[in-house]
Structures are given as structure tokens and as C-alpha cells.
Design a binder for this molecule. Structure first.
Ligand code: BG6
Length: 490
């Protein structure tokens, strides 16, 4: 993190919420500790809960202490210094007078910090406010910079829409207030160091690219398993489910990075062009595919969770097999699965290569030799490993599968930074590379739409229960076993 952005004001809508306290403010503190948060940058929390500046500062301090608990990286006094940058403004998001008041407050802060015309608005509110807030900002003349050298940027948290129509409607509505180049649609997976490393691995090394295709790769698996249940987010989750919560954004983003062509450069548009091409090349799911290539599960106690409808048919687990219709990937299956209350918290991408074409180690046949697996371990213990066959010690010709390992923390002597820190920094620097572009979003929703519709229609039918702490329903094992394969993350 070497580049220090220009001083700016950061305005967080939904500042009394969980995300702000658990992720956003700690990430900004992280940037301050790295000396990349401009010294004069100020933070304004906006929320409905009435609070004074000092009350807000006290809650921020408590959260930062909790989030950085035991973290030796936080020197004494650093939290207090950071908290001094924070102020708070309570009000009603629907009321235009509130925005006039906000504008006045920001003008005073700008002057006090000598910041001219550079501002970030972060929407971390319930999504029902994603239209009204930008609209009100535009009405109050806050959506555009006043001069030619300034900037105003809008960060939009997920979920971006509930389906294709609502996502496109939201995109259109935002465009009435902000230009596309002002909009940063967050997917925090893209801020993870291990996710960006997929690009370095693929495009900064020459040895894998020639074999990164249908000729050498048998199939690819992406697993995002969580051990926790829905916790206190049942209200949101009941409206979302695993497909909207994890697939539409995180899993399809990972898929795009693994499957994309080499971009012309790391220019944001070059990279996002290539990702958009992948998403547009996904083979559309037919009714038959929905029946045969997808699994919808719910963990055993889900309906008993606080805030969950006792007859809920919302999926907490999904698995699907999909294909990419292009020259590189034709015929290579991609298996994706994600769920809550699974055996472990682990996110991995496994690239399984084909078997050797013929065995010279008879009587072992070619398909009895384990094929190579390249594993991107995205979390925890970020790293990359390669499995290959090696000779087992001894006079006989015996084979063992061994692993070559890269572990991020061991290699670099430091844990990876918080994803939101990186993303905040990029917004301050005006770099949209790691944010979802509208056409990608449209592609991801379009791909999932038939599945979302079919599952909504089927309600109870086809929904299978799985034991908590397992790897999901047996049907997900069967989905991949039908192709003579098995899940590698277990
Ligand atoms: C969020 C989802 O986007 O990602 C959550 O809304 C999920 O349901 C979370 O738990 C997982 O993120 P991470 O970084 O812990 O893998």
C-alpha cells in the first residue's frame, strides 16, 4: 500500500450498523495505521439513531478496540487519534431538509480540514434506501463535484438488486444521479489479497497459461463453505438465500477471474471487459439443467432460527454445475457450491488437470494415477498448492500424492490486509478495477434468473435438508459423482 490518496471526506450512510462497525471503520483505521489514509481525511457517520458526535465516537472506539483486540499492530493512542476524525449526523433519509443540513455540515468540515471538493458517499444502509439517498444527494447538488478538479464517488454495498429487473432498475436510477465512473459496486471478495493473487498467478507466470484450457484441465471447483448459520441476519437472508447472497456476486466473480482471458493491461476497463466476456459466455441454464445440475439445500435448524419463517423455503446451500461456451472452456465443467452451517469455514478454488494420457507404470492404469490439482486457498490460511505424484521411498515402484505449498503469511511474514481497506483505498484513488461493472452485473443476474425463478416456483419441492456441520446435502455429492468426480474440499 504505497500510494497515499488526496485528502477527502468520507460519508458513511448506515454508520450505526453492523457492517460499519465490524468492517468499514476498522478498515479505515487499518489504512491510517499503514499511513495511507490522508492525514486530513474526515469521516462522517450518518444514521437514523439519534447520537451526538461524542456518543458516536465512543461507539466507534469500542468497536475498533473489539475488532483490533490483541492486534499488536495498533500502537497506543492510534484509536483515539482515529476516532477524532469521526463525527455523526442523525436524520431521516427521506427528508430533503436533512440533506441541506448535511451539505452545510460537510462544507464546514471541508473548510476545517482544507479539503476541496473530494468526497466519498458509502451506502451501507438497507437496500431499500439505495435509490432514495443518491436521488436526494443529487437534489441537494451533492452528487457532482463543484469544480473541475474535484470528485464525488458513490460506494454501493451488496445486494445490488434482487433479480435482473430490480438490478437494472437500480443501475438506471443511480445513473440519474451519478455517472458510471462515479459508482463503485462493492464485492468484498475482490478486495481479498488471495483473490487478487489469482490474477498474479495466472498472468505474471508463464508456465500455467499454455495449459489453462480444455485440453489440459478436466474441471474446476469453487467452494465457499461457512461454518456459521445466518446469525442475526435472518431478516436479510430470508429475502436473499444462498444464490443471491453468495453466487450472484462472490462465486461468479471468482469464476470470472479463473476463467477470463488475459486482459490487455491492468487498466480497469481492460480487466472488466474480460470478466464481462466470461459472464456473457455462461451456458444458459435450461429447465432440465435446473433439475439435473443444481442442488438446493437448507440446514436442519434453519427454520428454528430467530427471525426465520418456520415454513421458509429459502436455500442456505446451493450447488451447481455450469459450463462456459467459448473456445477455452467448451466441455469443461465448473462445479460451484456454497452454504452456511457446513463443516468448516473454507473458500477454495480447485483446478483439476486431466489424467496422464497413458500409464507407463503398469499395472497401474492412467486413470489410477491421481491427476494434478492446483488449489487456490482463498481463506483461511491463504495460499496456493499443487498436488502431484511422486515416488514413494523404497525399492518398489510406488506412487504417493505430494503437495507443493505456498502460504501467504509464511511467505510474507504478515497476515493479508482486510479486504475493505484495499477497496476503500482504491475508491480514494479512483481505481474501479476491483468493482463490479454494470454489464457484468447484468450478466450474472441474467445467468441466475432461470434458477431463481424455478426455485421460487418449486417452493418446498426439491429443497433438501442437510445436517448442520456436514458438507451439505448428499444430493450435492451425487451431482458431482454422476460425472465420476468428487468434491475436493472436504
Ligand atoms: C457476505 C454474505 O457477502 O459474505 C454473508 O452476505 C457471508 O452471508 C459473507 O457470510 C462471507 O464473507 P467472508 O469474507 O467471510 O467469506
Amino acid at each position: 500500500m504505497e500510494q497515499v490518496p488526496e485528502p477527502c471526506g468520507i460519508v458513511i450512510f448506515g454508520a450505526s450498523g453492523d457492517l460499519a462497525h465490524r468492517k468499514l471503520l476498522p478498515s479505515l483505521l487499518g489504512l491510517a495505521l499503514e499511513n495511507v489514509l490522508p492525514k486530513t481525511c474526515y469521516i462522517v457517520g450518518i444514521g437514523r439513531t439519534p447520537m451526538s458526535d461524542s456518543q458516536f465516537q465512543a461507539t466507534v472506539k469500542t468497536s475498533l478496540q473489539k475488532e483490533s483486540g490483541g492486534n499488536g499492530r495498533v500502537p497506543p493512542g492510534a484509536i483515539d487519534d482515529f476516532v477524532k476524525r469521526c463525527t455523526y449526523l442523525p436524520g431521516d433519509y427521506q427528508d430533503s431538509a436533512f440533506y441541506t443540513q448535511m451539505k452545510q455540515k460537510l462544507a464546514v468540515l471541508d473548510q476545517a480540514h482544507q479539503i476541496s471538493d473530494r468526497r466519498i458517499f458509502y451506502l451501507s444502509t438497507p437496500p431499500s434506501l439505495y435509490e432514495i439517498i443518491p436521488h436526494q444527494l443529487a437534489q441537494a447538488q451533492m452528487a457532482r463535484p463543484e469544480g473541475t478538479s474535484g470528485w464525488v464517488r458513490l460506494i454501493v454495498e451488496k445486494p445490488f438488486g434482487h433479480d435482473l429487473a430490480s438490478a437494472m432498475h437500480l443501475a438506471q436510477s443511480l445513473h440519474q444521479a451519478f455517472n458510471e465512473d462515479q459508482i463503485y459496486r462493492i464485492d468484498h471478495y475482490l478486495g481479498k489479497e488471495s483473490v487478487q493473487n489469482i490474477l498474479m498467478f495466472r498472468f505474471a507466470n508463464a508456465i500455467y497459461e499454455p495449459i489453462w484450457n480444455r485440453k489440459y484441465i478436466d474441471h474446476i471447483q469453487i467452494t465457499a463453505a461457512e461454518s456459521e448459520g445466518v446469525g442475526h441476519r435472518a431478516g436479510y437472508y430470508e429475502e436473499a438465500g444462498a444464490l443471491r447472497d453468495m453466487f450472484q456476486n462472490h462465486l461468479l466473480q471468482l469464476l470470472s477471474l479463473v476463467a477470463m482471458e488475459s486482459p490487455c493491461s491492468m487498466d480497469p476497463e481492460c480487466l472488466r471487459d474480460e470478466k464481462a466476456k466470461v459472464i456473457k459466455s455462461l451456458q444458459p441454464l435450461t429447465i432440465l439443467d435446473v433439475a439435473q445440475q443444481t442442488v438446493r439445500g437448507q440446514y436442519a435448524d434453519y427454520r428454528r432460527e430467530a427471525g426465520v419463517n418456520p415454513r421458509s423455503t429459502v436455500e442456505t446451500f446451493a450447488a451447481l454445475r455450469l459450463g462456459i461456451d467459448n473456445w477455452r472452456w467448451q466441455g469443461v465443467p465448473f462445479y460451484l457450491r456454497s452454504g452456511k452451517c457446513l463443516a468448516e469455514r473454507i473458500t477454495e478454488i480447485s483446478v483439476q488437470f486431466k489424467h496422464v494420457p497413458s500409464s507407463v507404470f503398469k499395472p497401474l492404469m492412467a486413470d489410477q494415477l491421481n491427476s494434478n490439482v492446483l488449489n487456490f486457498r482463498l481463506q483461511p490460511n491463504d495460499g496456493i498448492s499443487l498436488q502431484f505424484e511422486a515416488k514413494h521411498p523404497g525399492p518398489k515402484l510406488c506412487m504417493s500424492t505430494v503437495t507443493m505449498d505456498f502460504n501467504y503469511e509464511e511467505a510474507f511474514g504478515t497476515p493479508p490486509p482486510e479486504a475493505y481497506s484495499r477497496l476503500f483505498l482504491d475508491v480514494m484513488l479512483g481505481d474501479q478495477t476491483l468493482f463490479a461493472r454494470k454489464d457484468w452485473l447484468q450478466g450474472s443476474w441474467s445467468f441466475l434468473e432461470p434458477l431463481l425463478d424455478a426455485w421460487a416456483e418449486q417452493k418446498e419441492k426439491g429443497l433438501v435438508t442437510y445436517p448442520m456441520g456436514s458438507w451439505g446435502p448428499a444430493e450435492a455429492e451425487a451431482l458431482i459423482a454422476r460425472d465420476g468426480r468428487e468434491w475436493l474440499t472436504k
